[in-house]
Write a protein that binds this ligand. Structure first.
Ligand code: ADP
Length: 319
């Protein structure tokens, strides 16, 4: 199906296991150096966290999403839960931990659009899977989408359960750490940025050609598909047919927070709808381009309708 088509396939079911953070966003002319006191431009409190952002991106692309995670028993936790519910996301499996504060991210956005982030896991460290419930939810779901902002033991359990249930796994190994060897063949689609690609493959990923080689090296460990995102240079898609460079759209970056999460949600939903890998990557490129033209994490994630109205990226280039 072409991403420009107006007819919509059935909504795929996607289970997201991941973090929820309240983002405390400081807009600054530039990041302060050690010892420097700087007059910032503005402060805002915005729902974020990789897990929640990816859940919101899937939902705004039209997927039926269930979120698994943990928030604190505080105002930020309640606001994050409500934000997901406003997007129609099922929060029944979202736990409240009375002992820990909701996860927090202090995000400094420079005038250039670059960001610097300090994260406090808080309640995200208390994610505790209900295996029976998760197994039921994974049966018939198109994807389990997960990242590394919740405890590794829970992520590994969820991936194993998804594999047993015949549900494909889309992993975004961020913040990057080693992926245990037995997990690799249980992953269907791996989405990494340049830094993650470099760490996991041990190879450079500074150019599309290098990213293709890094992607091939990771695929050789048992994964069907790898996407290496390259910021303003777009993304490289690697599968059994080889590697393709998908150039990004040329846009003015206001705030790149959640660009990768937006990309991933569009990719996962399109794959769940049965679109081809390359069409799904193109949709991700278009969605991410809209995201970076708006400030904040969740407020900047576009709806599918807006993505379909946005410009088409240049054709992909075989590598
Ligand atoms: P992450 O935020 O996870 O590090 P990237 O920076 O690679 O991920 O961005 C993810 C996607 O967002 C890219 O593949 C690209 O499509 C889009 N993107 C990011 N920055 C830009 C930019 N400056 N211009 C156009 N597209 C961008």
């Amino acid at each position: 199906m072409s991403p420009t088509s107006s007819s919509r396939p059935a909504a795929p079911r996607i289970v997201v296991l991941g973090s929820l953070n309240m983002d405390l966003v400081l807009r600054v002319p530039h990041a302060p150096a050690a010892g420097e006191t700087l007059l910032g431009r503005s402060f805002a409190t915005i729902p974020g966290g990789k897990g929640a952002n990816q859940a919101v991106s899937c939902a705004r692309e039209g997927a039926q999403v269930r979120m698994i995670g943990c928030v604190g028993d505080d105002d930020h936790g309640r606001a994050l839960r409500q934000a997901l519910e406003r997007d129609g996301i099922d929060t029944e499996a979202l736990r409240t931990d009375a002992a820990e504060p909701t996860g927090t991210a202090l995000i400094m956005v420079e005038d250039s659009g670059q960001n610097r982030i300090v994260m406090i896991a808080g309640a995200n460290a208390g994610v505790d899977l209900d295996a029976a419930d998760l197994r039921t939810r994974l049966e018939g779901a198109a994807f389990l989408v997960t990242q590394f902002e919740t405890p590794m033991a829970q992520v590994e359990r969820a991936i194993a359960l998804a594999h047993e249930a015949g549900c494909k796994v889309l992993l975004n190994p961020s913040p990057v750490q080693a992926i245990a060897e037995p997990l690799w063949p249980k992953i269907d689609t791996l989405v990494v940025n340049e830094i993650e690609a470099r760490t996991l493959s041990g190879l450079g990923a500074d150019s599309p050609l290098e990213a293709a080689a890094a992607g091939q090296a990771m695929r050789a460990r048992g994964i069907a598909r790898v996407v290496v995102t390259l910021g303003a240079r777009g993304a490289v898609a690697v599968d059994a047919d080889g590697a393709r460079h998908h150039p990004a759209l040329v846009v003015q970056a206001v705030d790149t927070t959640a660009a990768g999460d937006t990309f991933l949600g569009a990719l996962a939903t399109a794959l769940g709808e049965g679109q081809s890998f390359d069409e799904a990557v193109r949709l991700g490129i278009r969605a991410a381009a809209l995201c970076i033209q708006q400030p904040g994490a969740q407020p900047s994630i576009p709806q599918r309708e807006a993505v379909l109205r946005s410009p088409l990226p240049p054709d992909w280039i075989p590598l």
